[in-house]
Design a protein around this ligand. Structure first.
Ligand SMILES: NC(=O)c1ccc[n+]([C@@H]2O[C@H](COP(=O)([O-])OP(=O)(O)OC[C@H]3O[C@@H](n4cnc5c(N)ncnc54)[C@H](OP(=O)(O)O)[C@@H]3O)[C@@H](O)[C@H]2O)c1
Length: 255
C-alpha cells in the first residue's frame, strides 16, 4: 500500500467496515489491501494467524485501519466472533466479503470424500455461516452488503471440478433466493465470479499431476488478484440503492 486514505479515498468505501474471510492470501489479501488503501476499516479472518498478523501490521503501518482474528469459516462460532470483532471495535459491519475457499479438485472416480467434504464445508457451509452471523447485524442496522466470491467454474462446467463447481453454484443459487427474499432495501448481495487468478488456490490439489497442470494454467494465463479486488471495491463503492448482482472477471484469453 503506497498511498494513504486521503490521497486515494474511493467514494463509497471510505469509512466502511468490511469483514473479509480468507484474507491471509490471494484474492482476500488483495481485497484487504485495496479496501484499506481506500479508507475502509478491514476486519480480516483466516486460519493462518501469523499471515493475518503480518498483513494487519502492513496495512496499519501504511496508515490503514485493520484488525485480524483467526477464523475457520467451517465453524459457525468463528464467524460470529469475526462479526463481533467488527461491531465491538466500530459499532457496525457494513460489508461481509465471503471469500474463503478451497479447490481440492479431482475426478469424481477418485472418490476423495474427504476433499468433497472440505469443499462443501468451506465453500458452501462457510458462506452460510457468514450469512448467519452477519444478517442479524445488517437487519438491526437497516443496511448491509454480502459480497461472495464464487467462480467461473460454476458457469463453465469442466471435468475434475464437479464438487468444487457444485459448491460454487449452490452458493450462487442461495444468494439469488436470498436476494429475492430481501427486496426491502436492507440487504445488497453481490456474487463475484473470477476465472484464473494467480493465487495459492491450486497448491492444495491432491494429485501431483493435476496440481502441476492447474498451477501452470494459472501461471500462464492468470490475472493478478488485485484485478478481482478492484471488482469487489467497485461493487462496495456503489450507493446503497444500487446492487451489483454479479461480476464475472476472467483473463481475456481464458476459454
Ligand atoms: N484463484 C482462482 O483462480 C480462483 C478462481 C475462481 C474463484 N476463486 C475463489 O477465490 C476465493 C479465494 O481463493 P484464492 O484464489 O485467493 O486462493 P488462496 O490464495 O488459496 O486463498 C484462499 C483463502 O481462503 C482461506 N481459507 C481456506 N479455508 C479456510 C477456512 N476453513 N476458514 C477460513 N479461511 C479459509 C485461506 O486462508 P487460511 O489457509 O489461512 O485459512 C486463504 O486465505 C476462493 O473462494 C476461491 O474458490 C479463485
Amino acid at each position: 500500500m503506497t498511498q494513504n486514505r486521503s490521497e486515494k479515498g474511493l467514494s463509497g468505501i471510505e469509512g466502511k467496515v468490511v469483514a473479509i474471510t480468507g484474507a491471509s492470501s490471494g484474492i482476500g489479501a488483495a481485497t484487504a489491501r485495496t479496501l484499506a488503501s481506500s479508507g475502509a476499516i478491514v476486519v480480516l479472518g483466516a486460519r493462518r494467524s501469523e499471515r493475518l498478523t503480518e498483513l494487519v501490521d502492513e496495512l496499519n503501518a501504511a496508515g490503514g485501519h485493520a484488525i485480524g482474528l483467526q477464523t475457520d469459516v467451517t465453524r459457525a462460532d468463528d464467524l460470529v466472533a469475526l462479526v463481533r470483532a467488527a461491531t465491538d471495535q466500530t459499532g457496525r459491519l457494513d460489508v461481509l466479503v465471503s471469500n474463503a475457499g478451497v479447490a481440492r479438485v479431482a475426478p469424481v472416480a477418485d472418490l476423495d470424500v474427504e476433499a468433497w467434504n472440505a469443499m462443501i464445508d468451506t465453500n458452501l457451509r462457510g458462506v452460510l455461516n457468514g450469512v448467519a452471523a452477519a444478517l442479524p447485524v445488517f437487519r438491526a442496522q437497516g443496511r448491509g452488503h454480502l459480497v461472495t466470491v464464487v467462480s467461473t467454474s460454476g458457469l463453465k462446467i469442466v471435468p475434475n471440478q464437479a464438487v468444487y463447481a457444485a459448491t460454487k453454484n449452490a452458493v450462487r443459487t442461495f444468494l439469488e433466493a436470498l436476494r429475492q427474499e430481501s427486496t426491502d432495501g436492507v440487504l445488497r448481495t453481490t456474487s463475484i465470479s473470477p476465472g484464473y487468478v494467480v493465487t495459492e488456490l491450486n497448491d492444495w490439489i491432491p494429485d501431483p499431476e493435476l496440481r502441476a497442470r492447474a498451477q501452470e494454467s494459472m501461471r500462464s494465463i492468470g490475472i493478478p488478484a488485485d484485478a478481482v479486488a478492484r471488482a469487489i471495491a467497485f461493487a462496495i463503492a456503489q450507493p446503497d440503492s444500487v446492487e451489483i448482482g454479479d461480476i464475472t472477471i476472467r483473463p481475456t484469453v481464458q476459454g
